[in-house]
Ligand binder design. Sequence first.
Ligand SMILES: Nc1ncnc2c1ncn2[C@@H]1O[C@H](COP(=O)(O)OP(=O)(O)OP(=O)(O)O)[C@@H](O)[C@H]1O
Ligand SMILES: [Mg+2]
Length: 236
Amino acid sequence: MSQPYLSATGMRGGYGKADILNGCDLTVEKGQIAVIVGPNGAGKSTAMKAVFGMLNLREGAVLLDGADITALTPQERVRKGMGFVPQTHNIFPTMTVEENLEMGAFIRQDDFRATMEQVYQLFPAVAEKRRQNAGELSGGQRQQVAVGRALMTRPSLLMLDEPTAGVSPIVMDELFDRIIEVARTGISILMVEQNARQALEIADIGYVLVQGANAYTDTGPALLADPEVRRTFLGG
Ligand SMILES: Nc1ncnc2c1ncn2[C@@H]1O[C@H](COP(=O)(O)OP(=O)(O)OP(=O)(O)O)[C@@H](O)[C@H]1O
Ligand SMILES: [Mg+2]
């Protein structure tokens, strides 16, 4: 097997003295979709922050395309190809949709209009509202703006923390379809999801995180078929 595009191994760390991550491992292959599920407070968002460099690890390493990036800041990781959509505060509500996308392109010196057009093609509903303040959009459209904002740096790894939080089932399906479309262009996806069943259906690899450690790791379909995983984490 080829070397994974993202490889985070043995991550330990947290906020202050208490460790939230207790030896968590996450890998994503090129162009594949990795999904993290698990109970509230399991450390899913903390693991994403650690991969993105927003949390100092006490132990462990993060490798992107074979390069050790453990010591890099989030901004440096963006330059290396990471895009991150946090769970909360992931748009600028009082700025227009277009301004949000421009903010997303902050590290780019070149002409990013073609990327912006690609984002609008991916999310046509958002394109129609490009002059409106992002805060006026529906929940699903705000999430599309957030994903679009992260795509503006043309990441090779797109990290999404609960992209379908608070949206209807139809909007969730639609968003998952768009995420699959992004992955098909060769972008690796690392995604945390509360809608565990639906997310695991599209997962090349799934992680069940419990108390900051990997409880189960397998392909999405295998996790969905695992009686223990179903009973404990998927409601039967
Ligand atoms: N900034 C912070 N300072 C201190 N503790 C925090 C902070 N953020 C999270 N925690 C704690 O770390 C633990 C893991 O939180 P985290 O947000 O990573 O969980 P999660 O799996 O993403 O949960 P959820 O499903 O609710 O999003 C929780 O006990 C939480 O209270
Ligand atoms: Mg979270």
